[in-house]
Design a protein around this ligand. Structure first.
Ligand code: EG2
Ligand code: ZN
Length: 263
């Protein structure tokens, strides 16, 4: 069948189901950040992530990425400041990556692609009681995006890389504790871009204040190769599919302004 333009299935998304552009969506993610069109916002406060490594609980393969989950039943691991008015609670982080180092990130900077992108997902615990509630509201979520580039081995990431073989298949879980996600943030967290967007996987909820770090972190080629050893498929399925290219195609800006914390 001939797909209508709105629902063109990119070859890079064999696993993608559902619309690539949410019908009626005017604040979809990811986007290209055109630096010369960003607007400096002098009112941004310093970003203050305060993460307690003891809230780290497990790693699981959800068939799209691997998620490092945090206990979000209390305000022990939070994000405040920057563009945010409220306190946001960390619930999980995950990555998106390509089959080669030439692509993999969801956001781009002046069309520059990175081999991977980290997302630290938080929800507004001042206004809502549960993530599931917050995900339905336009001020419900805050996601920090950090680009990954190939370079030196990332010693903090290695602890996570070492357990990935235990979650090779979809729906596999492994206990994972005492991991401080702050070690995955770049040295400089004062320079970032922020815009109003959405989840980049279903339900594509337009609930996200995105905070994209200007400075990437470095990981080694071998560390990223372990990401690519994961599978989209569960242990029972006959045909195993490598978990690669788990990024969404970029979405129209629809008049949105991307603000910057720096000039
Ligand atoms: N499935 C219908 C009800 O959905 C309830 C909430 O959906 C939770 C599942 N999705 C997520 O939590 C979720 C979180 C972050 C991102 S991303 N890649 O935008 O950071 C994408 C998805
Ligand atoms: Zn993501």
């Amino acid at each position: 069948t001939v797909c209508s333009s709105k629902y063109v299935l990119s070859a890079l998304h064999p696993m993608w189901q559902g619309p690539l552009v949410a019908p009626g969506g005017n604040r979809q993610s990811p986007i290209d950040i055109q630096v010369r069109k960003t607007v400096f916002d002098p009112h941004f406060k310093p970003l203050s992530p305060e993460y307690d490594p003891r809230t780290c609980s497990q790693v699981w393969n959800n068939g799209y990425s691997f998620l490092v989950e945090y206990d979000d039943t209390t305000d022990k691991s939070t994000l405040k400041g920057g563009p945010l008015e409220d306190t946001f609670r960390l619930c999980q982080f995950h990555f998106h990556w390509g089959e080669s180092n030439a692509w993999g990130s969801e956001h781009t900077v002046d069309r520059r692609l990175f081999p991977a992108e980290l997302h630290l997902v938080h929800w507004n615990s001042d206004k809502y009681k549960l993530f599931e509630e917050a995900v339905m509201e336009e001020n419900g979520l805050a996601v920090i995006g950090v680009f990954l580039k190939i370079g030196n081995r990332h010693e903090g990431l290695q602890k996570l890389v070492d357990v990935l073989p235990a979650v090779r298949h979809k729906d596999s879980v492994v206990e994972f504790t005492r991991f401080d996600p702050a070690c995955l943030l770049p040295a400089n967290i004062d320079d970032y871009w922020s815009y109003a967007g959405s989840l980049t996987t279903p339900p594509l909820s337009e609930a996200v204040t995105w905070i994209i770090m200007k400075q990437p972190i470095e990981v080694s080629h071998d560390q990223l190769a372990v990401f690519r050893s994961l599978l989209f498929t569960s242990a029972e399925e006959e045909v195993q599919k490598s978990m690669v290219n788990n990024f969404r195609v970029q979405q129209p800006l629809k008049g949105r302004t991307v603000r910057s914390s720096f000039t």
